[in-house]
Design a protein around this ligand. Structure first.
Ligand code: HGA
Length: 225
């Protein structure tokens, strides 16, 4: 079973996210990855087949700064376990990073439709289709990430818990769920997202379980929508 962790606050997101992934290891997984955002608008994505410790080894010497990020442990359902299929998945525009638990049942139909608009897919996953769809909706409608996620999810059949990050927007994350659990932990000037409460324990005991079909705009000061 995959695991999701997200963080926005004032601490080093890398430390919180890696610790959170370790705490979710009991769920089982085949690969791990992390995306980090910074105030200067840059975003780094690191992914690795294997254990969280392998991911940690693979980022040695790389830029792990940032106070916002999303992270994932994957149990492959669509596409073999490898570095490319590991999450986070990044949109073709390089502007959106996404982690996902669950399966997109109509991914083949959606993929065909988005390919018509020039999108190419680097991974074999159903998740890749979702991040490209969000990107396509955002660019076509000229809307916010929150509205693009909302519209894209209207087209999706299946189960999901997702956390989404936008490059150059270090002040917000978007989280959503349907038939797959997702928890938001609200601290003082920092907010956490996780598949279950274990990554949040010790930071805050104020925990909100997202309802089915709910979408949340997550900021440092808590959940705004
Ligand atoms: N379908 C996605 C996520 C798999 C998952 O949630 N596993 O527990 C993938 O194959 O990457």
């Amino acid at each position: 079973m995959c695991g999701i962790v997200g963080y926005i606050g004032k601490r080093d997101a890398y430390d919180v996210l890696i610790q959170g992934l370790h705490r979710l290891e009991y769920r089982g997984y085949d690969s791990a990855g992390i995306a980090l955002g910074r105030a200067d608008g840059s975003m780094s994505v690191y992914k690795s087949r294997g254990k969280v410790a392998d991911l940690e080894a693979s980022v040695a010497g790389k830029d792990i700064e940032g106070t916002i990020g999303i992270a994932h442990t994957r149990w492959a359902t669509h596409g073999e376990p490898n570095d490319v299929n590991a999450h986070p998945h990044v949109s073709q525009s390089k502007a959106i990073a996404l982690v996902h638990n669950g399966t997109i049942e109509n991914y083949a139909v959606l993929k065909k439709a988005i390919e018509q608009h020039g999108y190419k897919f680097v991974s074999e996953t159903d998740t890749d289709v979702l991040v490209q769809l969000i990107d396509y909706v955002k660019q076509t409608n000229g809307c916010t990430l929150f509205d693009a996620v909302k519209e894209a999810l209207r087209q999706v059949e299946g189960a999901y818990a997702i956390a989404v990050m936008e490059k150059g927007k270090p002040d917000m994350l978007v989280a959503a769920r349907k038939s797959s659990p997702l928890v938001i932990g609200i601290g003082k000037g920092e907010t956490f997202i996780a598949s279950d409460a274990t990554p949040i324990v010790g930071y805050t005991d104020k925990v909100v379980y997202l309802k089915d079909n709910e979408i949340a705009l997550v900021k440092r000061a808590g959940r705004w929508r």
